[in-house]
Every structure is written in structure tokens, then in C-alpha cells.
Design a protein around this ligand. Structure first.
Ligand SMILES: Nc1ncnc2c1ncn2[C@@H]1O[C@H](COP(=O)(O)OP(=O)(O)OP(=O)(O)O)[C@@H](O)[C@H]1O
Length: 368
């Protein structure tokens, strides 16, 4: 288990003498053994700072970091275990592969020059085992520059695994790869660390990467934890407009909460009518609210309306994206984004009956 407790980080003043806003604000997280855990958020939200604090390359201004019961950083007790004594593997965006070394020598580097010292024969066996894990066993003697981007990335991964760390830190490791390679490396990387049972802390600003690879995601904004959950929870039940807009597409509709039933389902008056939706306990009846529904969550049908909860809209724009129709429909004061089946047969100017299933509607917390 890796625990981050109340991490606070403020970098020293920059050239103009002004103290920058804090990079981390009271960040606490608990990451389980073997978990694939992703730090997600926009540029500058504090992802890399968090990773660097775990690695020991930066020190939090205050807080505590505990790895498997061992305190590796504590501001109060003045503990700061150096990076090479934390037992971590790391891969960064710029793979930091040494061009003058062979693949073998690159991977052997931490064993030869890291703490502990490894016997010569063991170095060979461990390097070859690490290369085999990433499918590069036949490339051991090749000079590192004579490799593709994906292969160099695998060398970096093998090097981070050679010490058999219990935690691996990955900072945007796929961002330098082209889109197709990125797709296949995603699956490969996740399968590999999962099969080895390594706890993985993964940094990305790419929501697809985060959703497809992670057991859990921590969504950060301006150094603060905004939401913590499984990809399914973060996507289907974002807790704020920020989370809804950062991960996936969303419709955010302004309205007023008019009723709340004993079953936790309430009614929200929107500009075009009334929609039922689960209501959090702290929402008061009468409040102005924002209701979120994903473009895939809206049900759209042409033809006649059967259910009472359907609203008649007009389709203003359709883009054919292949996997779906990306449509905009006018409804009351709102423009509703809908992703419909490419086989649904909608055309621009058509009427469409829209339904907002209550289990797909989310009331967002008030904006800060
Ligand atoms: N060495 C540094 N000195 C001063 N400020 C820094 C330093 N490193 C990061 N910062 C600032 O701290 C904040 C968080 O930066 P950080 O690199 O952690 O964000 P990030 O989420 O990883 O961003 P990106 O996705 O762009 O890499 C930013 O405002 C950044 O400008």
C-alpha cells in the first residue's frame, strides 16, 4: 500500500519574486498493492509534482508518504529517503535511454550503478529476463538509437523493471508514440504490470488512456483532488462540471430542483420540461442546479413519441463519425449533443424524440 497524507507543495518563487500558487493542496490518496492507479488532469494540475514527490525527486512542503508501512517522507519528522532507496521503477515521457549504450547496457545500468550491487552473472540473467518481459530478448546487443520509438519505450520499461520494484511510476510514457502504437502499447503495458502484480502510478492528461488502463483514477485540478473513482464511476457519475467536461463529452443543462422523493429521485425543471434524476442528500429543493447527461446517454428516436417523458426536438446538425452520428438537437433553450447509432437514419431538420433516462442523469455539485 502507498499512502500520500496531506501533501502540500509550493515551489520557491520564480524569477519575478512572486510565490507561485501551490502545486499540491492537501492531497491524500491510498493506493493498493497491485493497483493500476492514474493521476489525470489538465496541464499544470500537479500530476508530475505528485509523481516526483513519490519518487523523492521533489520534496513536499509538508505531509507524509508511506510505502508498504515504511515512511519515506515526513515533513514533521524530517524524513526524506533518497530516490534510489525507495525501491521504485520509473519511466518518463522522454525515455532517457542512453544513445551510446546497447539495449543490454541500458537495462543493466540500475543493477551496475544502483544501490545493493548485483553479481555479474545475476546481472546478465536479470537483464535478459527483463528484456524478455517486454519482448526485446533478441535486441540485447543492438545500439539503443537503432530502435523504433515503441522499442525504445520498452527498453525504458525493461530498465525500470530490472530491479523488480514493487511500485512503478510512469509519467506520460506513451505520449511520444504515434496513435496506433499508443493503442497497442496501452494494452501491452497494462497486461505486463498487471501480470507482474506491480503497483503502477500512471500520469496522463489523456482521458482515453486513463479510462482504458486504470483500476482507479484520481482527477486533479489546480493541485487539488477533484474526484477519485473507477473509470466507470468517473465517466458515469462525475461529481462536478469540471469532471464532466474533462472526462468525455457532456450536456450540462441548467434547471431548478422542484421535488425530491423518499426514494432519492427528484424532479428538475429544465427549459423544455421536467426530468427525473437521482438527487444527492445535500441538494435542497428549490435550488438552481446543473443536470449532466452524456451524449451517449440521451435516447433519441424518430417517428411518433410513445413515452410521456419524451421531448420533441429538431436536429440541427449531424456529423457522421463512423462509429456513431454526432448530432446537435434544439430543445427549448438548449442545444443537446447526442451520439446516435450510425444506423438510426436521422437527417438534419428531422424531428427527434429525446428521452433522458433517470439513471443516466447526474446532478452536479455547485461550481466553486
Ligand atoms: N520545478 C518547478 N519550479 C516551479 N514551479 C513548478 C516546477 N515544476 C512544476 N511547477 C509548477 O507547479 C504546477 C504543477 O506542475 P506539474 O508539472 O506538477 O503539473 P502537471 O499536471 O504534471 O502538468 P503537465 O501535464 O503539463 O506536465 C504548475 O503550475 C507548474 O508551473
Amino acid at each position: 500500500m502507498l499512502s500520500l497524507e496531506n501533501l502540500q507543495k509550493t515551489y520557491p518563487p520564480t524569477g519575478d519574486g512572486e510565490t507561485p500558487p501551490p502545486a499540491l493542496v492537501d492531497l491524500s490518496l491510498e493506493i493498493a498493492q497491485g493497483e493500476f492507479f492514474t493521476l489525470l488532469g489538465p496541464s499544470g494540475c500537479g500530476k508530475s509534482t505528485t509523481l516526483q514527490c513519490i519518487a523523492g525527486l521533489e520534496h513536499p512542503t509538508s505531509g507524509r508518504i508511506i510505502m508498504d508501512g515504511r515512511t519515506v517522507f515526513c515533513s514533521d519528522a524530517n524524513i526524506a529517503v533518497p530516490p534510489n532507496r525507495r525501491g521504485l521503477g520509473m519511466v518518463f515521457q522522454s525515455y532517457a535511454i542512453w544513445p551510446h549504450l546497447t539495449v543490454f547496457e541500458n537495462v543493466a545500468f540500475p543493477l551496475r550503478y544502483g544501490p545493493g550491487g548485483t553479481a555479474r552473472g545475476d546481472v546478465r540473467a536479470r537483464v535478459l529476463a527483463a528484456l524478455a518481459r517486454v519482448g526485446l530478448q533478441d535486441f540485447a546487443d543492438r545500439p539503443a538509437p537503432y530502435l523504433s520509438g515503441g522499442q525504445q519505450q520498452r527498453v525504458a520499461l525493461a530498465r525500470s523493471l530490472v530491479n523488480e520494484p514493487s511500485i512503478i511510476l510512469l509519467d506520460e510514457p506513451l505520449s511520444n508514440l504515434d496513435a496506433k502504437l499508443r493503442d497497442s502499447m496501452r494494452v501491452e503495458l497494462r497486461d505486463l504490470v498487471k501480470s507482474l502484480g506491480i503497483t503502477t502510478i500512471y500520469v496522463t492528461h489523456d482521458q482515453t488512456e486513463a479510462l482504458s488502463m486504470s483500476d482507479r483514477i484520481a482527477l486533479l485540478n489546480k493541485g487539488r483532488l477533484v474526484q477519485l473513482g473507477t473509470p466507470d464511476e468517473i465517466y458515469k457519475r462525475p461529481n462536478s462540471a469540471f469532471a464532466a467536461e474533462f472526462v468525455g463529452r457532456s450536456n450540462i443543462l441548467k434547471g431548478r430542483l422542484t421535488e425530491r422523493g423518499a426514494d432519492g429521485i427528484g424532479l428538475v425543471d429544465l427549459s423544455f420540461g421536467r426530468v427525473a434524476c437521482p438527487v444527492p442528500e445535500n441538494q435542497s429543493v428549490g435550488a438552481q442546479v446543473e443536470l449532466m447527461i452524456r451524449p451517449h446517454g440521451v435516447r433519441a428516436e424518430n417517428g411518433e413519441a410513445a413515452a410521456a417523458s419524451r421531448f420533441r426536438s429538431t436536429i440541427r446538425r449531424i456529423s457522421f463519425v463512423g462509429e456513431f452520428l454526432d448530432m446537435e438537437a434544439e430543445l427549448g433553450d438548449e442545444t443537446i449533443r447526442i451520439f446516435a447509432s450510425p444506423y438510426s437514419g436521422f437527417r438534419e431538420g428531422d424531428a427527434a424524440w429525446l428521452e433522458f433516462p433517470q439513471d443516466r442523469c447526474v446532478l452536479l455539485a455547485e461550481r466553486a
